[in-house]
Design a protein around this ligand. Structure first.
Ligand SMILES: [Zn+2]
Length: 315
């Protein structure tokens, strides 16, 4: 099989392995809140990708775009309390005055650089927990276990649902009047990195991708370390190791970031994966489209190079 044929084959396989969901059609959006903030406007919109399953997202619109359309980024959070965690809010919607946690309020970092950002609530976290998993403080870990196991019995995966919703969010993003639909990007952390790489592998509209706290090999991370069940996709290891799946994004712009002391995505897996992905980019004459940063830190976002890289790549 030629490399180009294998790539098509793997993309089709990936789409099949994560399971399909019937989309509700047009991604209807209702704006439910609009707040003027320092340097940007924050909207809360309600979207629906699957019939009967609506969800909210924050849209951060930088000041000063009026002259032209601007590039836009889909920001995908990992395990935690949802979209509020990356836009500088507490779970109850009040402003988070404390130092940011491992998500580093990264959506704010991107809007400050002139990018329009959409941060959807990922199903299974925060206000999208199943009723039985809710706790009074809203800090229950996730509904990944219940959702994943039930979907697996139907031949589907929670990742498949999350990716499908992400693609519908891209439809909505591309339809917004401020957005240049030819310049869409994605940045995801940890479990959000999983959703981001698969969304980008399957959706060519994404021109620039940042994966942080995720890149590894299955051998060094998902197999070697206990991970949430939402990381497990049936049969995926029969076809390719993780670097080759991530390499489906080539030749589009890709930045890989990881903490040197990340205990769940260990350094050796990151370095091996970057090396393997680099070979894929070189084979497609696109080595200059791949960048990486192993920063001093743990399982967290750094952004020391990746925020500027994303802004410079897209603007
Ligand atoms: Zn999970």
């Amino acid at each position: 099989m030629l490399p180009s044929e294998r790539k098509i084959y793997l993309k089709e396989t990936l789409e099949r392995l994560i399971g399909s969901f019937e989309p509700s059609g047009k991604c209807e959006a209702t704006i439910i809140e609009r707040v003027v903030c320092d340097g940007y406007v924050r909207e809360r919109v309600e979207l629906s990708a699957v019939s009967g399953l609506s969800f909210a997202a924050y849209v951060l619109i930088p000041d000063g775009y009026e002259q032209t359309t601007i590039p836009a980024v889909l920001a995908v959070h990992g395990h935690g309390y949802g979209s509020r965690e990356i836009v500088g809010l507490n779970f109850d919607g009040t402003v988070d005055e404390n130092p940011p946690g491992i998500h580093q309020h990264f959506a704010l970092q991107l809007v400050k650089r002139g990018l329009l950002v959409i941060a959807p609530d990922i199903v299974g976290f925060g206000e999208r927990l199943l009723e039985g998993d809710l706790t009074e403080d809203g800090l229950a870990p996730s509904s990944c276990y219940k959702m994943s196991t039930q979907l697996l019995m139907l031949g589907k995966t929670l990742t498949g649902l999350r990716v499908m919703e992400s693609r519908l969010v891209l439809d909505y993003l591309a339809s917004r009047p401020e957005v240049d639909a030819e310049r869409l990007g994605i940045m995801g952390f940890s479990g959000g990195g999983l959703i981001s790489y698969i969304t980008a592998a399957l959706d060519e509209r994404l021109k620039a991708v940042v994966l942080t706290g995720f890149t590894s090999t299955f051998k060094e991370s998902i197999i070697a370390v206990d991970h949430c069940i939402c990381n497990h996709i049936p049969d995926i290891l029969l076809y390719a190791e993780l670097p080759e799946w991530i390499g489906l994004i080539a030749p589009r712009a890709l930045f890989l970031e990881s903490g040197e002391h990340d205990p769940i995505f260990p350094k050796q897996g990151f370095l091996q994966s970057v090396e393997d992905i680099r070979k894929i980019y070189e084979a497609e004459n696109a080595a200059n489209q791949l960048s990486s940063d192993l920063f001093p830190g743990v399982h967290e976002i750094s952004g020391r190079y990746s925020y500027d890289w994303l802004a410079e790549t897209m603007i």
